[in-house]
Design a protein around this ligand. Structure first.
Ligand SMILES: [Fe+2]
Length: 334
């Protein structure tokens, strides 16, 4: 597997100041390098993770996937070209704007602009979030995940799995059809949802501390931010999250507690409990799909579907139970 992570994203915007406000005050990103028509955001030690351009459009402009070095970049470029797709080599101008050493770009079969890069620049100054948060979970996991909608999964899935080497973590067939793909221990860095239309469904950023998600949920309410998906927990990556509509019309999932997969030893399977353990009421679903989702929600509550919390060192306390019935319950589960 040559792609390491989702490294950066380029965003089209109709109004830059809306993004500056949403990015810093709700999401907690750090706005840097502002110009008349562009602004960049940091979310960790990297010089740039998101780049927003005011150009009268919305949605995402490009997806930056990171590889280790020039050899890995050339290897992927050769595979993509062998699949009959034109690969564009940058003369250094785009790499300079993205703050990376080198990049190539091409369009995937759905028309999404994919950039492959290596050598992201590390900022000389510490990350300073736009509001008081405990930071984002990035590192080897990349910036988060992106979820694309497509006309048909048959158009896109083989390209990402066979040509770019993404692994399938799992998939869901009801109330919508979606495949979840990994390139590192993050459960999915990319997901493809068959909706009949090409587009960007959402991007996800994961917080290090759970309360930062709760604070954002409250702030979204105070700011009258449009909630696309209410607070809930996913069945596959165990993420507790909610979604707001960004100023560029796609949603941003804001979550905590994502599960890891072992990319070397992952057997894809169908998720039969729906996309969420609880919550996650979706404003974007059709009435018919929503009815199925509500039935799944009710069933999950009835069967007591639960999953362990995924916690990080330094971010939780393990307490003594001091409760015999619970300890005997745990012993009975061994
Ligand atoms: Fe997501």
């Amino acid at each position: 597997m040559q792609i390491l992570s989702l490294g950066y994203l380029g965003i089209n915007a109709e109004n830059l100041s809306d993004w500056e406000d949403y990015g810093t005050k709700l999401l907690g990103l750090q706005a840097v390098d502002k110009s008349n028509k562009t602004t960049a955001f940091r979310m960790d030690d990297r010089r740039q993770r998101l780049y927003v351009e005011e150009n009268g459009k919305s949605s995402l402009q490009y997806f930056g996937w990171e590889v280790l070095d020039s050899a890995a970049l050339q290897g992927i470029a050769a595979k993509v070209e062998a699949a009959g797709i034109t690969v564009h080599h940058d003369n250094g101008i785009l790499a300079q704007q993205r703050f990376v050493r080198e990049l190539v770009w091409f369009l995937d079969p759905g028309g999404n602009r994919i950039e492959i890069f290596y050598g992201a620049e590390i900022a000389s100054e510490a990350f300073s979030p736009g509001r008081d948060i405990g930071g984002f979970r990035t590192g080897v996991h990349g910036l988060g995940h992106a979820v694309l909608t497509c006309k048909s999964l048959e158009d896109l899935l083989p390209f990402y799995t066979k040509i770019l080497g993404f692994g399938i973590s799992d998939y869901v067939l009801q109330p919508f059809k979606a495949y979840f793909l990994h390139v590192n221990p993050r459960h999915h860095s990319l997901a493809l949802v068959e909706t009949g239309e090409k587009g960007v469904h959402h991007i996800m950023m994961e917080l290090m501390q759970f309360d930062d998600v709760g604070h954002a949920y409250d702030l979204a309410d105070h700011r009258d931010e449009e909630i696309g998906v209410t607070l809930g927990r996913h069945t596959n990556d165990y993420m507790t999250s909610f979604y707001t509509y960004s100023p560029s019309k796609f949603m941003v999932e804001y979550g905590w507690g994502g599960k890891e997969v072992d990319p070397r030893n992952c057997q894809p399977f169908e998720l039969v409990d729906g996309p969420s353990i609880w919550g996650h009421n979706r404003s974007w679903l059709s009435d018919e799909a929503n009815a199925i989702a509500r039935e799944q929600q009710k069933r999950n509550a009835e069967i007591g579907l639960r999953q362990p919390m995924q916690v990080l060192p330094g971010n939780h306390f393990e307490m003594p139970t001091n409760c015999e019935w619970w300890e005997s319950f745990l012993r009975s589960k061994k």
